[in-house]
Design a protein around this ligand. Structure first.
Ligand code: SF4
Length: 908
């Protein structure tokens, strides 16, 4: 269509882009946002590097998904047909979650695959573990040696001594199937430093442990922290929040820090960390008092009768009486009370409360990490936040908040081995009866406490030495061969944990592996295919590829094929493992990766029909498009299926809480005072350290090899409010010493009004390090020296900051930044919440000026102190350890890899 008159004028005035450029620049076809899938194997565009010459480049565009956060946005790899290599990554417009858009981390995948320091061959330790000696070995040798160790462990009958510890899985059920085939209760995760607090609060309501807010259709969007919008479902959520706002939705952000999201909000509510539940309960009280609750929803779908029966047996069992009693129960949560706890003006409590109370069924709420993972009792935050959805009847509605699982596709696998025949008490210790996930952050402490050890320990997308609190205790555990018999790090790039491994095995990046993804990024349901793009390119070009490592760089394998091969080698023919790796299509032969996904995609509802309409099969469709929309909308599923709780309803009243020793938490309340409550910070110089926020350009420890991202963000100064800076007598760039319960670190000051007074902020996504003998990640790592000072005391000092270096990539010599930040996590004590099991990230700290000899980047930790401190927190769980009917934990509560039911009971 030609330009309109208005467009013509606007173009001449340069108000809009030049719509005639396709004619004037010599290109043969008009400019488009995205080429059509039919043209993806033969896409032509001009070579930007050849400008001003018009040189055409030919590409094959292969869809895959990003692996730089959980969202799994669609990517299109531009495979250059001349070089056969990937030139760049753009968005995949056919991906229903990301719809063609990405954040900075998506296109930066190209940095990661071209990283000149990536690991290209299997490496085996030489000399003592952790000292930095390595030799290159063949895959055959590595696989044989590791499989022998696993076989020996399995043959002892142990079910808990071979462990796969994963940070970001990226797939759906692949390794759980492997672990089941091996018969071990060996899955460990990172969830207890991430989302376990929030999950517990949600699970208490409706067993589903994660929310899916329908931002795009909301009237009010209520976010507790920005983390999810800069981390989980970042780009897919951010674009829908913007859509909602463009349609008039109000955005409320609760966060002591002025995040990017808070800066765009209609209301920034900077609550004191841990006080959020008081605020939500005051709003709940407002909804009740003003009769704004959704009577139909609450009466029908909430287990209010159970509450009356348990706590008010003599009262009339009517809905009206229930509402009266609930009003009375929550009347203590006045706006004044909330204002005092949150340290915000009472006017703000009321003003924002009115917006929330009037949202009706279109209230989209979310909390992930943030306050729920920061505070002792953080699980109360999601429990009280969801109460607002329940009262307004916005659970499962359009514009409301649904359970995540309604929008998540669970694949059907070709073979399901039996559940593990054992219970791993290093992962689920008996005293953490309600811990939502594995107690992974106290693994070194449990081992030090004599609770067990491991024969073979795999770490994958997991770097606890750097990411977790108390990293020196992780180093201590990993260096002790009695604690960890063999440590295998599966990783594309070196990291602080891999330095302490026996084997380092190179794994593929996002575009070098298979996975299937499905996430609740909106109200629909989709499935996406992460595929090794050069393998698909080879197939399009008519070349047969049997294994992905044939097309990957060096000897980089993909994880799927690694597990299959390892499993085959573990079984000496007597262990029954191989039977779980047989082709469902070819009798008596081993399954191939193509068959694994073929079987899965053939069972995706609607996909076979969509494929047939395009003259292909389901696998062919996914190879071509990279994603498939299964359902457009997933609202109100409870009307058909109810809720999967013991009562079949939304559980205002939790019988499990009562039975498992916490009767004071039978219904949502604000009854746990955070360890960083102002009443606990009364001494001179005491502050709350807010460390659990990320910068949108980084992914924990996975982006240090992405040069573009490192250039944007590479330091983590202390956010200090001007009033605190004046009190401390410091200005921009001055040094402060931050003392935690177990050590201290020294960092630079950034004076900003973007942080609440009394709170010191510091992003825990920066401060990477390597020692002189280590390699990798030089865009982001300081070179450090680690010294054992004796008596459990450890010191780390920066030898040099980031420096340029010579390599095949000229950019490595152009690195201009020098400051790699400070590793603060290693000075944090572990603080396991006795109920959710979550690590409480916020730290009570003392702030002083450094003394002579203490320098920027210095870190000191006393690991004996950290063990004592762990014991103190562990005692809180032990004090309440109750096992009704002998149950280790409520039988309805999920576990990522559930063992057979008989193991859910404590044996006498
Ligand atoms: S939001 Fe996450 S998945 Fe999407 S492009 Fe960014 S890092 Fe990748």
């Amino acid at each position: 269509m030609g330009k309109t008159f208005i467009e013509d004028i606007a173009q001449r005035l340069r108000i809009i882009p030049n719509l005639d450029r396709e004619k004037s620049n010599g290109a043969k076809s008009p400019l488009k946002s995205f080429p059509e899938p039919e043209d993806w194997h033969d896409h032509v565009e001009l070579d930007a590097n050849a400008w001003p010459k018009m040189v055409e480049k030919r590409y094959s565009l292969v869809p895959t998904t990003c692996f730089n956060c959980e969202s799994a946005c669609g990517l299109l790899a531009y495979v250059d047909k001349d070089s056969g290599q990937v030139s760049k990554f753009e968005g995949n417009p056919h991906h229903p979650g990301s719809r063609g858009r990405n954040c900075a981390k998506g296109p930066a995948t190209i940095n990661q695959i071209n990283d000149t320091e990536r690991i290209l061959h299997p490496m085996k330790r030489v000399g003592p573990r952790g000292e930095g000696g390595w030799e290159r070995v063949s895959w055959d040798q590595a696989l044989d040696e590791i499989s022998t160790k696993i076989r020996e462990s399995l043959k002892t009958g142990a079910k808990d001594r071979v462990v796969y510890h994963v940070g970001r899985p990226g797939h759906e059920g692949y390794t759980n199937r492997i672990l089941k085939a091996w018969g071990v209760d060996g899955h460990n995760s990172h969830t207890n430093i991430c989302s376990a607090g929030a999950r517990t609060g949600y699970a208490l309501w409706h067993r589903h442990d994660r929310p899916s807010p329908d931002h795009a259709n909301a009237k009010v969007i209520l976010l507790t922290s920005s983390h999810l919008e800069t981390g989980h479902y970042f780009n897919p959520h951010a674009q829908r929040i913007l859509e909602g706002m463009m349609d008039g939705a109000k955005l409320v952000v609760i966060d002591p820090r002025l995040s990017n999201t808070a800066a765009m909000a209609d209301h920034w509510v900077p609550t004191w960390p841990g006080s959020e539940s008081a605020l939500f309960l005051s709003w709940a009280s407002m909804i009740l008092e003003r009769e704004l609750y959704d009577r139909d929803f609450v009466e029908k779908w909430v287990n209010w009768e159970e509450w009356l029966q348990a706590d008010y047996p003599d009262e009339e069992r009517s809905f009206e009486r229930f509402i009266e009693l609930l009003k009375a129960e929550y009347s203590q949560y006045t706006p004044e009370f909330a204002a005092k706890e949150c340290r915000i003006p009472v006017e703000q409590v009321i003003e924002v409360g009115e917006i929330v109370a009037n949202a009706g069924s279109r209230l989209a709420t979310h909390v992930w990490r943030a306050a729920a993972i920061g505070n002792l009792g953080g699980w109360q935050v999601s429990r009280t936040l969801h109460l607002l959805n329940v009262l307004t009847g916005s659970v499962g509605t359009e514009g409301g908040t649904s359970p995540n699982s309604w929008s998540k596709f669970k694949p059907e696998l070709f073979d399901v081995p039996p559940d593990p025949d054992g219970w791993n008490e290093l992962h689920f210790p008996p005293e953490y009866t309600l811990s939502h996930y594995e107690m992974s952050h106290i693994l070194p402490h449990l081992i030090k406490d004599g609770r067990g050890s491991m024969d073979v320990y795999f770490t994958r997308v997991f770097n606890p030495v750097w990411t977790y609190p108390d990293g020196f205790s992780w180093i201590e555990m990993l260096q002790n061969e009695d604690s960890v018999g063999c440590h295998v790090a599966l990783t594309p790039t070196w990291n602080e944990t891999a330095f302490f491994a026996d084997y380092v095995l190179p794994m593929g990046h996002a575009s070098e592996r298979h996975d299937v993804n499905s996430y609740a990024t909106s109200s629909g349901k989709w499935v996406a295919f992460r595929q090794p793009v050069l393998r698909e390119y080879a197939r399009r070009e008519g070349r047969e590829v049997e294994f992905t490592h044939e097309v990957n760089p060096g000897e980089v394998w993909e994880e799927d094929e690694f597990w299959n091969e390892l499993s085959w080698r573990i079984d000496d023919g007597t262990m029954g493992i191989r039977e779980h790796f047989m082709s469902p299509y070819r009798e008596g032969e081993r399954i191939t990766i193509d068959e694994y996904y073929q079987y899965m995609f053939e069972r995706v509802p609607g996909l076979p029909e969509a494929a047939e309409a395009e003259g292909t099969d389901p696998l062919g469709y996914m190879r071509k498009h990279g994603a498939f929309q299964i359902e457009e909308e997933t609202y109100n599923k409870h009307e058909q299926d109810g809720w999967p709780t013991p009562s079949g309803k939304q559980e205002l009243y939790s019988k499990s809480m009562v039975e498992f020793g916490y009767p004071e938490h039978s219904i949502p309340h604000y009854r746990v005072m955070s360890h960083v409550h102002p009443d606990n910070l009364k001494e001179e110089g005491e502050y709350c350290l807010l460390p659990n926020f990320r910068l949108p350009q980084h992914i924990h420890s996975r982006s240090a090899n992405a040069k573009w991202l490192a250039e944007i963000a590479h330091r983590n100064p202390l956010w200090v409010h001007p009033s605190d800076a004046a009190k401390l007598g410091v200005g921009e760039g001055d040094l402060l010493k931050v003392e935690t319960e177990i050590g201290w670190f020294i960092d630079k000051v950034w004076v900003t009004e973007g942080i609440k007074p009394g709170i010191i902020g510091c992003s825990h996504h920066i401060g990477r390090w390597r020692r002189k003998q280590d390699s990798g990640n030089r865009y982001m790592t300081n070179e450090v020296e680690i010294e054992d000072l004796g008596d459990g005391k450890m010191r780390m000092r920066t030898v040099s900051g980031v420096r340029p270096w010579e390599s095949d990539d000229p950019d490595t010599n152009r690195v201009w930044w020098r400051d790699g930040g400070v590793h603060q996590n290693i000075t944090h004590a572990v603080q396991p919440d006795p109920i959710s099991g979550a690590h409480c990230w916020l730290q009570k700290v003392r702030i002083t000026r450094p003394v002579d000899g203490e320098e920027y980047g210095d870190v000191e930790v006393d690991t004996n102190k950290s063990f004592e401190y762990y014991k103190k927190w562990n005692e809180m769980a032990k004090e309440n350890e109750v096992h009704p009917r002998g149950e280790r934990r409520p039988l309805w509560m999920n576990r990522p890899l559930p063992p057979r039911k008989e193991h859910w009971f404590i044996r006498e």
